[in-house]
Design a binder for this molecule. Structure first.
Ligand SMILES: [Ca+2]
Ligand SMILES: [Ca+2]
Ligand SMILES: [Ca+2]
Length: 581
């Protein structure tokens, strides 16, 4: 038992080292065992870093900080990967008997047929996001696939170009890269809630366009740290965890400015319940609504209770699904990059010892708890669709499902996110509603940056920022292209990391190129020949022309803003023989 826990701790430290901690206003207690290990690792003492972040906020002109002990902030992270047989699912009779939920009404089918004129009325918009879910794990969400993917669009190359909680959420709210919205990391001064101008975000633009808006779930990291009663601009209805953010059962929720404590209501279920009542309420008049349901699952748990043994626990499933996937093997184990045999091609920060049996067991258990926790999200999606149906709003609602970032579970010997490898960058994305062709599939590259412009486009709202992303409604309809060259980046891992990027790079349909400015290291993968990113070919003469071109694109995009970010460069040359060079 002790041995296993040590393995988990060791794994977590590894995770912490490479991903940095996802901090928030959650109260956390780190035991001597966990904390000691974590503290030895250059500033990952989450409590200290939480205080220093708060202290620097206190020093900021014009910021009023309430007296009293500084709330400690918890750490976060963990896993994903592909390669498994599709499990056989049977939808419950409730869904099988109601084909209109799965296929839409005749009117819905009219609105979503390819080439249908854009509906004149403003649709309701419901955005449902998970936290740290990878594409692979959609296999275990049959209801979501049937209810959203079936009658809607599925994007097979949806990306999170800055794959970490807070930067991804800031991108979702602004449609901008971090160099333009300011949020490079999870914490002040290089990121966090207080780094974002919250008076100019998607819900504000939607209110200006006549929408009623509602948020529930996990907002930007460090939200509530200074004022747990704050409700950010733009939200008519607000339900956001201000402490116990990473505790699935024991948390405090800011409900329209009042803080309520919960100790036995599963977070995912709370969000589903609140969504049902808000949909009923907001459907009562003709004003359109926007609702963002931002789930914690399948993020690692950080129990708020004094008995907490650290912030690295696997996701907590509800009582209904706990241990229900105990026999599912870790799908990542079938992937060639899992526990990568030779990591000598990788940058120093990725080079780790091979995973041992204890780590593999810990990863497997973590994976099982993750997909168990996603069962409640799958139910929440189904309940939301049902609530819209009961309110008579389903045909007129655009529903979007995605995750803030992906996750590795042992690929390249790594567990976590923030890295520029495919399982970290790629996220699920499904969309159903008016203007979205039913049953469509898109292989175009789209991403987190595109969510705000897409929602604004559907709503007829005008973004208050020069957005870097684009509406993907025309992409879903097959009338427009997605990203040709995407800027990818990872910001500081630690509060004291200043403005330093870990890496910056570009991703095309064929290549991934990353530069580590501090160490001078480079990574280049030809994903057409090496889809699992096993061979870093940076510096290889055969790829010199490709690397030069990718570097040129990185220089062009690293400070881009607006339309410049969306420029098309065209194909990049493949490897060349000496005769070709
Ligand atoms: Ca996340
Ligand atoms: Ca309404
Ligand atoms: Ca290798």
């Amino acid at each position: 038992m002790h041995q296993r826990r040590s393995a988990v701790v060791a794994l977590c430290v590894l995770v912490a080292l490479v991903t940095g901690a996802c901090m928030s206003a959650t109260t956390s207690r780190v035991t001597a065992e966990d904390g000691g290990a974590v503290r030895s690792n250059d500033g990952l003492d989450v409590q200290t870093s939480g205080r220093s972040a708060l202290q620097s906020l206190r020093d900021r002109p014009g910021v009023q900080v309430p007296e009293g002990p500084a709330p400690a902030a918890p750490a976060d992270p963990d896993d994903p990967t592909p390669g498994h047989d599709e499990p056989q699912w049977q939808l419950s009779p409730q869904w099988a008997l109601n084909p209109e939920l799965l296929q839409g009404t005749p009117r819905f089918r009219q609105l979503t047929r390819k080439g249908a004129p854009t509906p004149g009325e403003q649709p309701n918009i419901v955005m449902i996001t998970t936290d740290d879910q990878n594409v692979n794990e959609m296999r275990w969400m049959p209801k979501t696939r049937a209810l959203l993917g079936g009658p809607g669009a599925t994007f097979s190359d949806s990306t999170s170009p800055h794959p970490l909680c807070c930067p991804a959420r800031a991108m979702t709210l602004t449609g901008q890269y971090a160099q333009n919205n300011g949020v490079r990391s999870n914490f002040w001064p290089s990121g966090g809630y207080y780094k974002l101008d919250n008076t100019n975000t998607l819900p504000v633009w939607l209110q200006d366009a006549g929408y009623e808006t509602a948020f529930m779930g996990k907002y930007l990291n460090e939200y509530g740290l200074l004022d747990p009663q704050e409700v950010p601009s733009g939200w008519d209805h607000w339900r956001s965890a201000v402490s116990g953010v990473y505790d699935y059962y024991d948390y405090a929720m800011n409900e329209d400015g009042r803080v309520e404590k919960y100790s036995d209501t599963y977070q995912t279920e709370y969000y589903a319940d609140e969504t049902e009542s808000l949909i009923a309420q907001m459907s009562a008049d003709d004003q359109p609504f926007f609702l963002w349901q931002a789930h914690l699952a399948p993020h690692t748990a950080c129990a708020a209770a004094p008995s907490n043994e650290g912030c690295w626990d696997s996701a907590t499933p509800s009582m209904s699904y706990a241990r229900s996937f105990d026999n599912v093997p870790l799908p990542q184990r079938r992937v060639p990059s899992y526990n990568e045999a030779d990591v000598s091609d990788k940058p120093q920060w990725i080079r780790r010892p091979r995973l041992g049996q204890d780590e593999e067991q810990a990863l497997t258990e973590q994976f099982q708890r993750r997909i168990e926790s996603l069962q409640d999200v799958d139910d929440a999606v189904a309940r939301t669709v049902s609530a819209l149906d009961e309110a008579g709003e389903l045909d007129d609602t655009l529903i979007i499902f995605t995750s803030d970032n992906g996750y590795l579970l042992g690929e390249h010997r790594f567990s976590g996110k923030i890295v520029g490898y495919e399982p970290s960058l790629r996220v699920p994305l499904m969309m159903r509603g008016p203007g979205v062709p039913a049953g469509s599939r898109s292989t175009e590259t789209v991403g987190t940056l595109d969510l705000a412009p897409t929602v604004a486009d559907a709503a007829g709202a005008t973004p208050g920022r020069d957005v870097d992303g684009r509406s993907i409604l025309p992409v879903a309809a097959g009338d427009a292209r997605g990203w040709d060259t995407l800027l990818i980046q990872g910001g500081p891992r630690l509060p004291k990391g200043g403005d330093e990027w870990i890496y910056r790079g570009v991703r095309t349909d064929r290549y991934t190129y990353m530069e580590y400015r501090r160490t001078g290291e480079r990574e280049l993968y030809d994903r057409r020949r090496d889809p699992h990113q096993l061979r870093n070919v940076a510096g290889d003469a055969r790829y010199a022309a490709a690397q030069a071109e990718l570097r040129r694109r990185l220089m062009a995009l690293q400070d881009c803003a607006g339309a410049d970010c969306r420029q098309r460069f065209g194909p990049v040359v493949g490897p060349q023989s000496p005769a070709q060079r």
